[in-house]
Ligand binder design. Sequence first.
Ligand code: ZN
Ligand code: ZN
Ligand code: ZN
Length: 368
Amino acid sequence: MPSERASFADRRTRAAAKLREQDFGALLVSPSADLQYLAGYHLFASERLTCLVLDREGRATMVCPAFEAPRAAVAAPDVERRTWEETDDPFAIVASLVHSSGPVAVADQMSASFLLPLQEALPHREFRVASAITRGLRMRKDAAEVEALRAVSESADRAYARILERSFAGRTEREIGADLADLLRAEGHDEVAFTIVGSGANGASPHHEAGDRRIADGDTIVLDFGGAMRGYRSDITRTVHVGGTIGREEQKVHDVVRRSQEAGYAAARTDASAESVDAAARRVIDEAGYGEFFIHRTGHGIGLDGHEHPYLVRGNRERLEPGMAFSIEPGVYLPGRFGVRIEDIAVIDRDGSARPLNRASHAFATVA
Ligand code: ZN
Ligand code: ZN
Ligand code: ZN
């Protein structure tokens, strides 16, 4: 789409302005969410160097293996290419495109196998992480990005609605995880990134991956899953119960977490600090007496990366602004017993309030 291409060019213009403002020499972007953001080029990191070089004047050059040039041309037709053959030194080519003095910013996820030769090719240069330049841009989503996040979040909601119709008792966490992955794809995801199925005591470990435990009647299960659609990421958590009778404490903890999440939503608005959202969600859990069992931050930004700025954590005084998108995901984890977490993606709207992008019910659903 021409409008999409124009937005990539506009992002590079704004990144170049930041390079000048902060006196950087250039921005070097290997395959990563930053490359998708600045050029619309999505590819997996390999041992061959692909690197977008953006200079202070806003000139962009894609250094890439010659045999991948046609692919780069399709993905980023408006970016000039400098190709290298198998026997060339791609790092020397990158270095030759850096003509301004000042530190160079490199993609945060650039591997050591690229960074070390680049440091050799650009001796006496200071190297910094690219997020110094890109985080301020990427945190503030434009309308098309918010729309992409809404679409992928709703796709995850539909996968959740459909998993509730499956039978859980007697099957393993891994089987439920595989079902969730299938449902995400069936509902439009083109990538599945993770499926956490924490049943019974496993739910007390927030990042427990689906394992071989067989699910039993009476289990409380944390389901946390997500992936991507056209680059933008989903991430949703719901806690469900197997069988008809929910235990008193399970119900109580679920109610507390639900109220905590609502408090997080109410606190998330334009000009509120990221840490104040964490504090608001945490207060509800503290007051219910479960404070020591809420063992992680309240949320993380989301976009082209599953976890990105801003982080909703004590100590982060960053102010929220329209276009910022992040998870609100308080939880309570009772070791040896069970865990409860509820997670939605929210975006700060023009009117200043936080709008949920996930619409799936927060009720403590019962599954068979
Ligand atoms: Zn997590
Ligand atoms: Zn999650
Ligand atoms: Zn999350």
